[in-house]
Structures are given as structure tokens and as C-alpha cells.
Design a protein around this ligand. Structure first.
Ligand SMILES: [Zn+2]
Ligand SMILES: [Zn+2]
Length: 454
């Protein structure tokens, strides 16, 4: 058990703001587990994505865990959703404080216990695309496997230690799972590898190295982190040192939204980082595309041609061999907005079409694809059913005809759900663009005036 009792334990949403978009919805149009495969024009080119990928997903499956029938599963799921939310959400210290005030609940009934252990969705077997979510690892990293299975995930992201403090006790167990390949821990938000201050740089580096070592001890191959703001050279130097001090784990740099001085919004920046790291280490460096971040940075992932060009540019500038993982998030803010606000799949400015592109891209096979979409409704707490439905929805897009009725109906339904939020965000964005335009005009005018007097 990884002993970090005050592990924050909640999912991540990279956004700085918690938008209140409606993401409580019914995605039952998504292919349910075990439903027959669709036949479509696109299927010929993408059907291999549906084929059995490895024995490991089979080996991991617990047949007893699946609901015996849809009705029972659904009923249990709604109960389990709220229970699970309570079990993993927030800070255990906070939970303890509350416990002191609220009288202890009566013992759980057998029925309640059964409902809690019932997964919200069974894992889909035999796919070549591995979709999951960033789940809680509260009270031990091993719990992330249970939490991922609970939502039918075939990939896992987690924090390896608390996000709120620098010192954490070591992990004492290994995952012991054969699907370790699709686990993608997320680095701490506290860590900035490129920070200039010496003491802060040491603290950040030590924490980063500690995480990499935790990965190696746990047998995890990939480790995702934000390239951090500030200097590219300092970031590359710290990364090189960490690569020298470890031997198997692959640090994976996440694409960012291009805001302010953040590194990682543009492919050229990854090229520059790689250029500063000795080639001998290049096989141990990866990149993770965050769909929301890259779209916000100004890469078109929506139109099929734009998506093709996006991947071609990635290949030309960085090299597709570096691509190791994806974060699947829709964007609450418009194209090129340089804002990091995640939306639920199909409801944001990316829309379902972008995710159809992603799920039918053979070059994304066998990589962890992780949802970081919002599941917190605020008042009602976290609804893990959102991820369970989004995983099934994404899986259902494999081989689906993007021109067919089924896709169009799904696309329209989800788009309608996010309409109000998009309208609001578009207005804010337009206002910002207008203000920026005026600011530039004013500056140019002043510059012109000064030039006249000189
Ligand atoms: Zn991230
Ligand atoms: Zn991300």
C-alpha cells in the first residue's frame, strides 16, 4: 500500500476555473458492451482497431464484476456512483473533521455493499484503443485499478503522491498487473523543473525524481508531466539529469495550451527541448497530446483535414515515434483561446467529430488515452458515471460512419448540451479579442506619435 493518507485523491481537471457546464447526460446511444460491431464505409480502414489487442486485457478482467443484467447494473450504478464519490473524493482530513460532527451511520446493509462493489460499466474487451480516466489513488496507488475497473476503464492515470505537499511516504507495493503498459501517472502540479531559484529547483527536481523512481519501483513505464513555464534550457537540463539517474521509466511531456510563458503549446518547443537533451536519452522521452490544450493552442483537430495536418506537423517537427499517450478532453473555450478549460466529450468546441478522428486513428493504437473531463456537479458531488459513459461513447466511435445517422444524432445531442456554455465562452473570447485589438491600435498610435516627434 502506498502510504499517503492525506492523498488528495480526486480526479484532475487541468482547468483553473471550475465551469458549471451541464455534463449530466445520457450517452446511452453509445455502443453498449458486447453490442454487435457496426458496418460502415470507414470500418474497412479502422476495423483492426476493434481486434483483440493482447491477452492482458482478458487476463485482467474479472467476470464476476460485471452486472448480471442491464437493469440491475443501472440501478446499482446510480447507488454506487454516490457511494464511490463519497469514498474517494476530497481530503481524508476533511472527512475526519466532518465525522466528528455527524453521528456515525448505521452499518451498511448487504444490498448496499453489493451495490458499492458493482461496476458502473464493464470493461470492453478486445480493443486496440485503450480509454480510461484519471482516477483517484487515495489510500494507495493500487486503489486506482479498482477505481478504473469501476468505470470500465482500459487505461489509468493517477497521482503517485499527494498534490498538496512535498514530503510523502514511499509506496510499498507494486501494481502486479499485466496492463501496466496503459498506466500514465500525472506529475505533481507543485513541480516546476525550470524554476530559476536554486532551492526551489532542488525541491522540484527531488520530487520529480522521486516520482520517476516510484514508477520504476511499481513497474510503470510512462510518466506524464507539464513542461512548466520559464526556461527551456533549465527544463532540458533537469530532465537530462533525471534520465541519467533512472533507467526504465519514460518521462512524457504533455502538450499545453500556449498560455503566457508556458512551454509546450507549440511543437517547435518540444523540438527545442529534444535538441538540448543528448540523443542517447531520446528513446526514453515521450509526448502526450492533450486534445483540449492543443486545440486551445491553435491546432485544428476537428476537421479531418486539419487533424491530418496536425499529425503531419507533429511528425515533421517532433516525430510521431515520441507520441506515447493522449489526454482526451473537449474544450470549453474556442479554438486558439489559449485557455485550459476542459469540457465533457462532444459538448465543447472540439465536438464529437474531433473524437471520431482520434478514435479512428491507427497511430493511436495501444496507447493510454485518458479522460480528464469534469465529473463534479458541485452540489451533488462527483458522478463517476460520467466517465463510464464517456469511455463507452468513445469506444463506440471506432468504425462508426461519421456521415451516418447514428453519429450525426449523437453529435447533435451532445452539441446541444454544451450550447449555452459555448455561447457564453464565445462571447467572453470575442470581448477579449476586441479589447486586445484596441490595446494594439492604441499602442501603434502612440508609437506613431513618438516617431513623429523624434
Ligand atoms: Zn496535465
Ligand atoms: Zn491533460
Amino acid at each position: 500500500m502506498c502510504e499517503h493518507p492525506d492523498e488528495e485523491g480526486s480526479h484532475i481537471d487541468d482547468s483553473q476555473e471550475t465551469g458549471k457546464s451541464s455534463h449530466k447526460r445520457n450517452l446511452s446511444n453509445g455502443t453498449p458492451n458486447g453490442s454487435p460491431l457496426r458496418t460502415s464505409k470507414r470500418q474497412k480502414s479502422t476495423k483492426n482497431l476493434k481486434e483483440l489487442s493482447s491477452d492482458e486485457s482478458e487476463a485482467e478482467e474479472d467476470p464476476k464484476a460485471a452486472p448480471t443484467n442491464a437493469k440491475q447494473g443501472k440501478k446499482a450504478a446510480s447507488k454506487a456512483t454516490s457511494k464511490a464519490a463519497k469514498a474517494v473524493k476530497g481530503d481524508p482530513d476533511e472527512a475526519e473533521a466532518k465525522e466528528n460532527k455527524v453521528p456515525r451511520r448505521a452499518r451498511k446493509t448487504k444490498e448496499e455493499k453489493e451495490a458499492e462493489s458493482m461496476p458502473l460499466a464493464a470493461r470492453t474487451k478486445g480493443l486496440r484503443m485503450f480509454v480510461g480516466a484519471h482516477v483517484s489513488a487515495a489510500k494507495g496507488v493500487f486503489n486506482s485499478i479498482h477505481n478504473s475497473e469501476h468505470i470500465g476503464g482500459n487505461a489509468i492515470a493517477l497521482f503517485l503522491k499527494s498534490q498538496r505537499k512535498w514530503d510523502n511516504p514511499p509506496c510499498k507495493i507494486t501494481f502486479g498487473t499485466s496492463s501496466i503498459k496503459h498506466i500514465l501517472p500525472h506529475g505533481s502540479y507543485l513541480v516546476n523543473l525550470a524554476v530559476n531559484d536554486k532551492a526551489k529547483a532542488k525541491q522540484a527536481y527531488d520530487s520529480f525524481l522521486d516520482d520517476l523512481r516510484r514508477c520504476e519501483a511499481l513497474g510503470i513505464k510512462l510518466y506524464n508531466f507539464h513542461p512548466s513555464p520559464e526556461a527551456l534550457t533549465r527544463l532540458a537540463a533537469a530532465l537530462t539529469k533525471a534520465l541519467e539517474e533512472t533507467s526504465t521509466v519514460i518521462p512524457v511531456l504533455e502538450t499545453m495550451c500556449g498560455h503566457g510563458n508556458t512551454i509546450g503549446g507549440y511543437f517547435s518547443e518540444f523540438k527545442e527541448i529534444l535538441a538540448r537533451i543528448p540523443e542517447v536519452h531520446h528513446s526514453r522521452i515521450g509526448i502526450c497530446i492533450d486534445t483540449c490544450h492543443s486545440f486551445a493552442a491553435g491546432y485544428d483537430l476537428v476537421s479531418p483535414d486539419g487533424f491530418k495536418a496536425f499529425l503531419s506537423e507533429f511528425d515533421e517537427v517532433i516525430g510521431l515515434k515520441y507520441l506515447r499517450a493522449l489526454h482526451l478532453n473537449d474544450s470549453k473555450t474556442p479554438f486558439g483561446s489559449k485557455r485550459d478549460l476542459h469540457a465533457n466529450i462532444g459538448t465543447g468546441f472540439l465536438g464529437l467529430r474531433a473524437f471520431h478522428n482520434v478514435m479512428n486513428e491507427p497511430r493511436f493504437e495501444d496507447m493510454p488515452m485518458v479522460l480528464e473531463t469534469p465529473i463534479d456537479e458541485g452540489k451533488t458531488g462527483e458522478d463517476f458515471g460520467v466517465w463510464a459513459r464517456e469511455i463507452k461513447l468513445l469506444e463506440s466511435l471506432i468504425g462508426m460512419d461519421a456521415e451516418g445517422e447514428e453519429f450525426k444524432a449523437l453529435e447533435a445531442k451532445l452539441s446541444a448540451e454544451g450550447k449555452e456554455t459555448r455561447k457564453k465562452q464565445q462571447a467572453l473570447f470575442d470581448k477579449k479579442v476586441e479589447m486586445e485589438k484596441k490595446r494594439r491600435q492604441k499602442l501603434a498610435k502612440e508609437k506613431g506619435r513618438r516617431a513623429y516627434w523624434i
